[in-house]
Design a protein around this ligand. Structure first.
Ligand code: ADP
Ligand code: MG
Length: 596
């Protein structure tokens, strides 16, 4: 604004400058005549020149950081830039500008014509810059450089340049790694997502972003592989891409892994542009299918293993039916799982208008045959079941066990032996009255801590039950022990009689001898002084009078076997219904068992 007169001499025009910038005015004053012809020429720059003082201060402040930068380069190198040598590459170019930066300044201070021309160059970008007025940016934003490298005129720009260079090298390295990793492999992966060439955060111009996108190989790869149109190819001429294109197929195959069963872990291949060759994909698919089949087989096995716990789907269905028919109110839980059966506690309902006991047990005979195979002889040689046994398939034989227990319990009930009552038989499930109270089953004799008196009572009860069983029920328990006797309401209860046989069974007396061994051993151990020896007990139960030699068990067993042999012969001669022992020579007559 000080230079208002366009026709005035340059000295006049520059006079306001002289006060604030005296060295310059000194230089300029002798030159005034020389300059007068160009004064008109200078007019357009005259007003910008008024800013020279303010201009120069930014220049100096520009130079200051540069020199600082120059000075700090070594330390910068050592601490911050040491790990990134690539970062430094723009620095030399930056520093190379320092002399050229200084050069226009020296020109500026030499003859005015030459001063003016660079000044005008210098001022024009400055004046056009709206940032000039900004006190924050005034210093580094001054461009003293010309040519293509003018971008390096601010710290921010420098930092960006350095970063870009670093990123570029990083990406190159990544690409090298990628190539090395994939090699000739049929499965290739891409490190695309790890590339660092990205736009700077807060990048102000949207144009920048576009540029950046253009420089990327494939910045936004499609989420799903391209779909090849029906004609089987895309593009034209040289750029034709068929549906057999390796990359396309690879991506498609990777996407198809999504269709594998959910339990198949496909990894994160989908997220890293994995390309699977057809061959690899096919063998993966094959593996996946065979895995599914295998797991189905495993599942099958699981179903069977529940069968081992007796509750296979068929059994479960039977149990549900009992509940839904109202025979049972509900099934509560498992009391015991043995080798041959599982016992559940349940609440009884109504059966054909008759109440089922409030508390019952469901004895479910296991439908797996393993255990029963060992026990064939208990049923195969039992004449009551002999004929049916040979005709039945193994699964149905198991029902015979339940049936057998039911018949045996019925005989015992008739004789007044304390035992569970049969409420219902459905295939291989036997519903029995519960021995115990309020969901708590009576303890096994082996688990009781009876006093001496109770133990003695128990012993005599057992003795009497064995006699009744043999003589009145015509049965041998065949698995009698402290495990199958419950103590309930001051009384011994006999359970588990599915294997019980008649004494006429080819091994019936041997089974009885074993029962006697268990019983006398148990009570003797529990301190019952009255407990008889096994031989005495055997004779007492059977009413036989076999010779006892305490030292010689083998001899006693020999007598038993002889008896059984005679019995067998007798059965063969007279038919199965004849009670064998009663006709045996010299032996005390036994009562005929009441047949149920
Ligand atoms: P297993 O042939 O598996 O030994 P059991 O008939 O002996 O079958 O029953 C197994 C267990 O279930 C018994 O030891 C007993 O504790 C319990 N139990 C069986 N029947 C009854 C019942 N009627 N009342 C109460 N508990 C029972
Ligand atoms: Mg048992």
């Amino acid at each position: 604004p000080a230079i208002s007169n366009g026709n005035g001499g340059l000295s006049d025009s520059l006079s306001p400058l002289s006060c604030s910038f005296s060295p310059l005015s000194c230089v300029l004053s002798p030159l005034s005549p020389l300059l007068s012809p160009v004064s008109s020429l200078l007019f357009p720059v005259s007003s910008p020149l008024s800013f020279v003082p303010s201009l120069l201060s930014p220049v100096s402040s520009l130079l200051f950081p540069l020199s600082c930068l120059h000075a700090s380069v070594p330390s910068l190198l050592s601490c911050h830039l040491a790990p990134v040598p690539s970062l430094l590459s723009p620095l030399p170019s930056l520093l190379s500008h320092v002399p050229s930066l200084l050069f226009p300044l020296s020109c500026f201070l030499s003859p005015v014509p030459s001063l003016l021309s660079p000044l005008s160059c210098l001022l024009s970008p400055l004046l056009s810059s709206p940032l000039l007025s900004s006190p924050l940016l005034s210093s580094p934003e001054v461009s003293l450089l010309s040519g293509e490298e003018t971008d390096t005129n601010s710290d921010l720009m420098l930092a960006r340049l350095l970063q870009m260079q670093y990123d570029r090298e990083c990406d190159t390295q990544l690409r090298r790694e990628e190539r090395k990793y994939n090699g000739e492999s049929k499965v290739s992966i891409s490190f695309e997502n790890y590339r660092t060439a990205h736009p700077y955060d807060g990048s102000e111009s949207s144009e920048d972003e576009v540029d950046w996108q253009d420089t990327r190989d494939d910045p936004y790869k499609p989420d799903k592989p391209q779909v090849t149109p029906r004609k089987g190819f895309t593009g034209k001429g040289k750029n034709i891409t068929t549906k057999h294109d390796e990359v396309l197929c690879g991506r498609k195959n990777t996407a198809r892994m999504d269709n594998f069963a959910p339990e198949v872990l496909v990894g994160d291949g989908l997220g890293m542009d994995l390309k699977l060759s057809n061959q690899v994909f096919n063998s993966l698919k094959q593996h996946c299918h065979s895995e599914q089949r295998r797991s189905a087989r495993l599942h099958d096995k699981k179903e069977h293993s529940t069968a081992e716990q007796a509750v296979d789907p068929r059994t479960r269905l039977l149990m549900y039916k009992m509940v839904s028919a109202g025979t049972l109110e509900r099934i509560n839980g498992c009391i015991s799982t043995g080798k041959e059966s599982v016992v559940f506690h349940a609440n009884g309902g109504m059966l054909e208008e008759q109440p089922v006991p409030e508390e019952v047990v469901l004895k479910v005979f296991k439908t797996t045959l393993n255990e029963f195979k060992n026990r064939d002889r208990y049923i195969k040689d039992d004449y009551r079941f002999k004929d049916r046994f040979s005709k039945l398939n193994p699964r149905k034989i198991i029902r015979l066990w339940a049936e057998k227990e039911m018949h045996n319990l019925a005989r015992m009930k008739k004789a007044g032996i304390p035992c569970p009552e049969v409420a219902l038989l459905r295939k291989h499930i036997l519903v029995l009255s519960f021995i115990g109270k309020d969901h708590v089953p009576a303890p096994k004799l082996k688990d009781t801590m009876l006093g001496a008196a109770d133990m003695k009572t128990a012993y005599y009860q057992v003795l009497q039950m064995m006699q009744q069983l043999y003589q009145e029920c015509n049965l041998v328990h065949a698995d009698l022990s402290e495990y199958n006797m419950l103590w309930h309401q001051g009384q011994v209860w006999l359970i588990d009689v599915s294997q019980s046989v008649e004494p006429s069974h080819p091994h019936g007396l041997q089974f009885l001898f074993r029962d006697c061994t268990n019983v006398s051993t148990f009570f003797q151990k529990r301190g019952v002084a009255e407990a008889m020896s096994v031989y005495e007990l055997f004779n007492c139960v059977t009413g036989l009078d076999l010779t006892i030699n305490e030292e010689d068990e083998a001899e006693f067993l020999a007598q038993i076997e002889a008896l059984e042999k005679r019995n067998e012969d007798h059965v063969q001669k007279r038919g199965k219904k004849t009670f064998p022992l009663s006709s045996w020579d010299g032996s005390p007559p036994l009562k005929h068992a009441a047949d149920d």
